[in-house]
Design a protein around this ligand. Structure first.
Ligand code: FES
Length: 149
């Protein structure tokens, strides 16, 4: 009986993920870097046209991103995109990370179906916000006291 249920669950799972790459499925099921960084050096929050929100925290040392984490209230694809972009940002210089585009995230995820492509854009826009925040505080550190990290 339970093997019949297992089989049905597998079938449903397959249907649910039809059209998604194994990389997307892996990151959606086992997202990396979830949560906030206390005392982050940069924080970004972005809401996409679909209404989903993503937040990204970064810690930076010597102009290099040491850690990047995320949170989202979005769908599984958005979770996969947040997981992937935080992995991609980690270890890069701030300038390199600022250049990560929607296209780069899509490529790293092994592509996304047309209707989910905006999830990768949400991730790249949120990372940009976090880096902009870091750069703004770097220029005017006194503003840190008013930050919302
Ligand atoms: Fe809105 Fe993924 S469905 S960002």
């Amino acid at each position: 009986m339970s093997s019949e249920l297992d089989r049905m669950a597998d079938e449903l799972e397959k249907e649910l993920w039809a059209g998604y790459s194994p990389i997307v499925i892996d990151h959606a099921r086992d997202p990396r870097n979830v949560g906030r960084i206390p005392d982050a050096d940069g924080f970004g929050s972005f809401t996409g046209p679909c209404g989903d929100n993503m937040e990204i925290w970064i810690s930076v040392k010597d102009n290099r991103i040491q850690e990047a984490t995320f949170w989202t209230d979005g769908c599984s694809t958005t979770i996969a995109a947040g997981s992937m972009i935080t992995e991609m940002a980690r270890g890069r210089s701030v300038t390199e990370a600022l250049r990560i585009t929607q296209q780069d995230v899509l490529q790293a995820l092994g592509g996304l179906p047309e209707e989910s492509m905006h999830c990768a854009l949400l991730a790249s826009n949120t990372l940009k916000e976090a880096i902009k925040d870091y750069l703004a505080y770097k220029r005017e550190p006194w503003k840190r006291a008013y930050g919302k990290h």
